[in-house]
Design a protein around this ligand. Structure first.
Ligand code: M6R
Length: 609
């Protein structure tokens, strides 16, 4: 998975603008970077391995000449992160350059064919075949335009791609194509842009055109022309106004996007309460009708699914099966059928594992529903009904604000379903809705009052070799999420499991001083959880507890604690209780000298299996 960007400007230099846009796309991958521009009929390329700032320091990415160009920030799939494998890739003549996000599955066959025709390859990437195929097509038929050559080329490709291509022969155009990898176009009076996502050009324009699978788009100063790849028919599509302000996509004074995004949660939770009732109603009708209902997602989104399975069960008496998307096909692929409903949760709406599970379900005529943060994403296009969680762009690789937004929407959905099924009294409904409304303020209070405390706790445990995260009931999902956050950004090995499982094995790892985080809402599991805390304490563990304000009992047992306000209903508890865990992970990463926004080996949107 990678980020691509391209621009055609009326005047000025494209290179610095591409550089800035790539920085905004860095969350999509950051092991190599490159740019290509056209100036006076000649192609210029700079690229290298390393993060954008490092490469810029060595090569100065801003001094390429020309008003037109493309750029790429890479997360390696084929070929190690090396200079030769960095994009853009060029053809044999050095006249055509391409940047690509996705995977060309049949690239080995194509490469062999092209090599037999005399093409020389520089890299180990799948992408390079695209440049050579365009070259070959133009060689065979020199009267073709670049767009026609790209059209012919992509007909030979199998796999996923968002590609932007430049050629010396038509120095005023960028040609882009899309299949299963995101591609958007941005436009203003002075320029036209293409990118993997909207934040890449958001400071430049708020007018965006979403490109669909199977489409080619030609960008020039005259505007954009979209065609279907299958039959070259013209597609007419007006730009949409994006109401994300450019400020929403920058750090606003925070040292890292992750911290900014943790602090944005009250606002995001307010926005999620604006999700339109009729979408909740429509989606809950599908859930109500389902004979079996799977909740499918990866990573943090899976934890939201896990938490929501408790919500659906407790509020609407609906049994649901949370499934990790990459296992769905193996686990349920054969049994899923027309009576099955799959609710997929994906912040990006582009996660390949999730989309693969949905493809399998759709082939078997199951109903697909989606919850995502990305309108225009593949998930929104393949879902019968989808809900946008309204979190705004999340740049930090670690999901924070998008997790709590997902939980809020899923709680609203469980409530809607409970109402539809007649499983909830009016009083209970009013009570829970009122509590949901108060959550943004509750989260604000937690951040304001507990952040400093978490900073100190992180200082104290910064050298810990491992952590446990434990909860019972719905807090199991909170524990899983706390553990994932700590592992992914602070690189601390951690284990999470339902607290009841300790005695079945994991407790043997505990020795004096081993940190164990307990999630302790005062719900029906509270008394039993106290027993689990005692078990750990008896073996010398250091107890870090997330408790309700004034919970003297756990406070006495804990070595360290942070508090969340009292009186939060069990089904909503993951939202406030996860906040201190996000802060713990963030400050542990800082204490240990890591960059929380760009953890090693990871990318924001995982578009490979
Ligand atoms: O975009 P998605 O919600 O489908 O992404 C799923 C996971 O890749 C994502 O949640 C990942 O686990 C995050 N890095 C967690 O912080």
């Amino acid at each position: 998975m990678c980020g691509i960007f391209g621009c055609v400007l009326k005047d000025g230099n494209a290179a610095p603008l591409i550089h800035a846009a790539l920085k905004r796309l860095e969350y999509r991958g950051y092991d190599s970077v490159g740019e290509a521009t056209l100036f006076e009929g000649k192609l210029y390329v700079k690229k290298d391995r390393g993060m954008i700032d490092e490469v810029h320091k060595v090569h100065n990415l801003d001094d390429l000449p020309g008003t037109i160009g493309v750029g790429h920030t890479r997360w390696a799939t084929h070929g190690a992160p090396l200079e030769v494998n960095a994009h853009p890739h060029v053809d044999c003549s050095g006249q055509i350059a391409v940047v690509h996000n996705g995977i060309i599955e049949n690239f080995s066959e194509l490469k062999l064919e092209l090599e037999n025709r005399g093409h020389t390859f520089q890299s180990k990437t799948d992408t390079e075949v695209i440049a050579h195929l365009i070259e070959e097509t133009l060689k065979a038929n020199p009267s073709l335009s670049l767009a026609d050559a790209v059209l012919e080329t992509v007909k030979k490709l199998e796999g996923s791609y968002a590609v932007a291509a430049l050629s010396q022969r038509e120095p005023d155009k960028i040609v882009c194509v899309r299949n299963e990898s995101p591609l958007v176009v941005g436009i203003n009076e002075n320029a036209i842009y293409c990118a993997s996502d909207i934040p890449a050009f958001l400071p430049l324009t708020n007018k965006a055109v979403i490109i669909d699978d199977g489409e080619i788009v030609i960008l020039s100063l005259k505007g954009y022309e979209i065609k279907k790849i299958a039959d070259s028919s013209l597609v007419s599509r007006e730009p949409k106004l994006i109401d994300w302000s450019p400020e929403m996509a920058v750090k606003q004074g925070y040292p890292h996007f992750m911290l900014k995004e943790i602090h944005e949660q009250p606002e995001c939770l307010r926005n999620t309460l604006r999700v339109q009732e009729h979408y909740i109603d429509l989606m809950s009708s599908f859930l109500d009708r389902a004979r079996e209902c799977f909740l499918v997602a990866c990573g943090t989104s899976y934890h939201a699914c896990l938490a929501s399975s408790y919500m659906f069960s407790k509020l609407a008496f609906l049994a649901t099966y949370p499934v990790i998307a990459s296992e769905f096909v193996e686990q349920h692929g054969k049994s899923v059928n027309i009576d099955s409903t799959i609710l997929a949760v994906s912040q990006s709406g582009e996660t390949t594992d999730t989309l693969a599970a949905l493809n399998c379900a759709r082939q078997r005529a199951a109903t697909v529903l989606g919850l995502t943060n990305a309108i225009g994403s593949t998930l929104t296009r393949i879902s019968r009904v989808y809900i946008c969680q309204q979190s705004g762009p999340e740049i930090g690789v670690a999901a924070t604000k998008t997790f709590t937004s997902q939980l809020s929407v899923l709680a609203q959905l469980a409530l809607g379903l409970a109402k539809k099924r007649g499983k909830i009294s009016q009083d209970e409904m009013d009570f829970l809705k009122e509590k949901l409304k108060k959550l943004p303020a509750t989260v604000e209070t937690i951040i304001q009052t507990q952040e400093e405390k978490m900073k100190q706790i992180a200082k104290k445990y910064k050298d810990a070799k491992g952590f446990f995260f434990l909860g019972r009931g719905i807090s199991t999902a909170t524990a899983y999420e706390g553990r994932l956050k700590l592992m992914e950004i602070a690189y601390v090995p951690a284990i999470a499991f339902p607290a009841g499982e300790s005695k079945h094995g994991p407790i043997s790892l505990v020795e004096p001083g081993f940190p164990v985080v307990f999630i302790c809402p005062k719900d029906e599991t509270y008394k039993t959880l106290i027993g689990n805390i005692m078990e750990m304490k008896a073996r010398g563990a250091s107890i870090i507890a997330v408790i309700e304000e004034g919970d003297e009992e756990v406070r006495r047992l804990a070595d360290d604690y942070v508090e969340v306000p009292k009186g939060i209903p069990e089904v909503l508890s993951p939202i406030p209780f996860v906040i201190p865990l996000q802060l713990l992970a963030y400050y542990m990463a800082i204490e240990r000298g890591h960059t929380p926004d760009t953890p090693r080996n990871l990318a924001k949107s995982v578009t490979v299996k």
